[in-house]
Design a protein around this ligand. Structure first.
Ligand SMILES: [Zn+2]
Length: 88
């Protein structure tokens, strides 16, 4: 099992995410879920669900036991907004 070692585990952006204690994704890294959503949003793929299988686990930081679905949705929204900024 892959464990996320990236510094986004401690990003305070993720503190406000809802807790996910019992869900399938509760051990997944929400920082990586956000990045995955952001990339999808930037490309406006229309794929608005998180690919849990592609995410590494996280065992520390602010992303622990947070909802990766919510993190992905936040990332997707930010990515879509950023894509329009580039389009000018
Ligand atoms: Zn991560």
């Amino acid at each position: 099992m892959t464990i996320c070692k990236q510094s986004h585990r401690y990003n305070t952006l993720f503190i406000s995410l809802p807790h996910d204690q019992g869900g399938e994704g509760r051990h997944k890294c929400c920082g990586c879920a956000y990045d995955q959503g952001y990339r999808a949003g930037l490309a406006r793929t229309g794929q608005v669900w998180v690919d849990l299988a592609a995410l590494p686990d996280s065992q520390a930081g602010t992303v622990r036991h947070k909802s990766p679905q919510a993190a992905f949705a936040d990332g997707y929204r930010d990515g879509v907004r950023e894509s329009y900024r580039h389009a000018g």
